[in-house]
Design a protein around this ligand. Structure first.
Ligand SMILES: Nc1nc2c(ncn2[C@@H]2O[C@H](COP(=O)(O)OP(=O)(O)O)[C@@H](O)[C@H]2O)c(=O)[nH]1
Ligand SMILES: [Mg+2]
Length: 227
């Protein structure tokens, strides 16, 4: 019984990976670099995007795919940036899932202006567990972890922290008001993902956002395939 359950999960992940590869091929075909941005709800993904994309990204044309269970709250916030934003809701079409998977992203491809962008940021549904399991065809994964979440999160949700290239440690403007011990968090992070790139950021004040911007520019230069 236990073995067959494991098998079903493996098959589902295999099927997801197959569709993720098809997405990847379509992104490559258009020379689009794809970033999967993940975090717990409220860690600051949308605020970070508002900061990052407030000014042009050195000629890189950016689009955003907004994943949410319901509503278009984040898309509405990003509308002010005058970049293409596509909303992808998991309710009602995808069983109100708590993550995006490759099939959901595939369903949104016809709505994405792939020929007109160089970088697609996929803001995943806020969740520290499921989004980490499902590749969507991305080039890289970044997760945002706010200092308000506590030092133990890397230990409690290791897959999420392990599958990212960068961990953005957000809301550092609040450090003086919290008992969050940054050293302890970094120690725990190192235990689950030794050497992972870390960026200390306040999306609220803009402190540290430059590092994320520079990293995005490097990512796009590294992975962008001329169309
Ligand atoms: N103090 C502080 N608040 C932040 C920061 N980043 C985001 N927030 C706030 O945290 C809440 C959730 O942010 P949001 O960007 O919607 O998070 P998301 O759910 O990950 O997209 C909002 O009230 C933001 O204003 C930050 O760096 N510092
Ligand atoms: Mg958001």
């Amino acid at each position: 019984m236990h073995r067959s359950k494991v098998r079903i999960v493996e098959d589902a992940l295999d099927a997801n990976n197959t569709i993720a590869r098809a997405n990847r091929a379509d992104f490559d075909c258009h020379g689009v670099t794809v970033l999967n941005l993940m975090s717990a709800p409220g860690a600051g993904k949308t605020t970070l995007l508002e900061r990052l994309l407030a000014e042009p990204l050195e000629g890189i044309r950016v689009g955003v795919l907004e994943g949410d269970v319901q509503g278009s709250y984040d898309s509405d916030r990003l509308a002010a940036l005058h970049i293409p934003v596509t909303q992808l809701n998991t309710d009602p079409g995808f069983g109100a899932e708590c993550h995006l998977d490759a099939n959901m992203v595939r369903s949104a491809l016809p709505s994405l202006p792939l020929a007109e962008i160089d970088l697609l940021v996929v803001e995943n549904v806020g969740n520290l567990v499921c989004p980490a399991e499902f590749r969507v065809g991305e080039d890289a994964r970044v997760m945002v972890c706010a200092v308000t979440e506590g030092e133990d999160k890397p230990l409690k949700y290791p897959l999420m922290f392990r599958t990212c290239e960068v961990v953005v440690i957000n809301k550092i403007d609040l450090l003086d008001h919290l008992d969050f011990e940054l050293d302890r968090f970094l120690y725990n992070l190192d235990a689950v993902h030794p050497g992972v790139e870390q960026m200390l950021v306040s999306a609220r004040t803009g402190e540290g956002v430059e590092q994320v911007r520079d990293w995005l520019l490097r990512l796009t230069a590294r992975t962008g395939v001329p169309a």
